[in-house]
Design a protein around this ligand. Structure first.
Ligand code: NAD
Length: 374
């Protein structure tokens, strides 16, 4: 199969969908890999690094027009819509439940669109989203520590303290992938860490893996109110699958926080978990409400593209190999986890939530795909 790698053209996107290591694996399996010139530059991979693996460097037109399978990181933007076509399988983050123009463009083009974010295991894990949660979680205390510094508008407190001086207090709301990773780094910085979680089973697990190094408390309105009032850094890391983040921090709770403290709302991509949250960008990451610095960057992993690219491609590569080796129809027939990733194919919407979001007709994947059709 010819596997293409397109350069990301969305502003502020520096990741690439395949590393030279991944290209090498595909070439070794007998696939023809074409990489758009400069595609890896934002993640510090040179064209020569790809060429050395046996991949070919090509123009944007050649990559889009001749590939069977096209790998990207972000959804196509409007200027790329004319490039969508029948016979092409696109594998990327799509998030089309919130994007009607793109949903229609995909359906009208006849392309097969497989979304990283809806590849889902039987126990409801999202393996192609998890690495970005790990990255965002690990970044959060780093960002928080930075904005706690006085010249950045913070209280002027070192999270780790020093001998004879108490460390700073970090409260993490939500102990999932983001929350666990945030706690690990905050502990590493020497902070005193509390995780507020709602699931007792999850807390038992965290107790086992972080034994003695964090306080684990049941999340309730009362507990959140008293914990955040005492915190130097609060990290929002909750998720209710398929829903907007719950507004756990009221304006009043934010007002009750210490002057110069920091609130890092990682859950901002689901609307944020405070009444005072609104999304920011890496160009202008923070704003202040009642003396509390809010860091609400919706695309935190974008700040560290080398790490994010490698973490993402580690998890996507097995699926890329399956599609390249077997063709999409057989690959999804063999693997229901991958099948859940197919959002649009042959002009049909095969992901129920996307169809419902736009009032379009839903067609089950098995009604569209038979192993001989792709
Ligand atoms: N801003 C970014 O760049 C970025 C990057 C990656 C992930 N995220 C977001 O971070 C959030 C967390 O993602 P995740 O992968 O850790 O999800 P996850 O499902 O692994 O964890 C969420 C946790 O929140 C807990 N929870 C739910 N309601 C709660 C409540 N009321 N109080 C306390 N805990 C509660 C759940 O029990 C679960 O353990 C999501 O909104 C995700 O989209 C943002």
């Amino acid at each position: 199969m010819r596997v293409g790698v397109a350069k990301e053209i969305k502003p502020q996107e520096y990741r690439v969908a395949l590393t030279p290591a991944g290209a090498r694996e595909l070439v070794q399996r007998g696939h023809d890999v074409v990489v758009e010139a400069g595609a890896g530059a934002g993640s510090q991979f040179r064209d020569a690094d790809y060429a050395a693996t046996g991949a070919r460097i090509a123009t944007v037109d050649e990559v889009w027009e001749t590939s069977d399978l096209l790998l990207k990181v972000k959804e196509p933007i409007a200027s790329e819509y004319p490039r969508l076509r029948e016979g092409l399988t696109l594998f990327t983050y799509l998030h089309i439940a919130a994007d009607e123009p793109l949903t229609r463009a995909l359906a009208e083009s006849g392309i097969a669109a497989v979304a990283y974010e809806t590849v889902e295991t039987d126990d409801r894990r999202l393996p192609l989203l998890a690495p970005m949660s790990e990255v965002a979680g690990r970044l959060a205390p780093q960002a928080g520590a930075h904005y706690l510094e006085r010249p950045r508008g913070g209280r002027g407190l070192l999270l780790g303290g020093v001998a004879g001086v108490a460390p700073g207090k970090v409260v993490v709301i939500g102990g999932g992938i983001v929350g666990y990773n945030a706690a690990v780094i905050a502990i590493g910085l020497g902070a005193q860490v509390t995780i507020l979680e709602r699931s007792v089973d999850r807390m038992r697990h965290l107790e086992e893996v972080l034994h003695g190094r964090v306080s684990l408390l049941m999340s309730s309105t009362l507990q959140i109110e008293s914990s955040v009032a005492d915190a130097d850094l609060v990290i929002g890391a909750v998720l209710i699958p398929g829903a907007l983040a719950p507004k756990l921090l009221t304006r009043g709770m934010v007002t009750g926080m210490k002057d110069g403290s920091v609130f890092c709302d990682v859950a901002i991509d689901q609307g944020g978990c405070a009444e005072t949250s609104h999304a920011t960008t890496h160009d202008d990451p923070v704003y202040e409400v009642d003396g509390v610095t809010h860091y609400c960057v919706a695309n935190m992993p974008g700040a560290v593209p080398i790490t994010s690219t490698k973490a993402l491609t580690n998890v996507t590569l097995p699926y890329v190999e399956a599609i390249a080796d077997h063709g999409l129809a057989t690959a999804v027939a063999l693997d229901p986890v991958l099948a859940r990733g197919v959002n649009v194919i042959d002009g049909r919407i095969t992901y129920r939530a996307v169809a419902e979001a736009h009032g379009l007709e839903y067609t089950p994947l098995e009604d569209v795909l038979r192993p001989s059709t792709v």
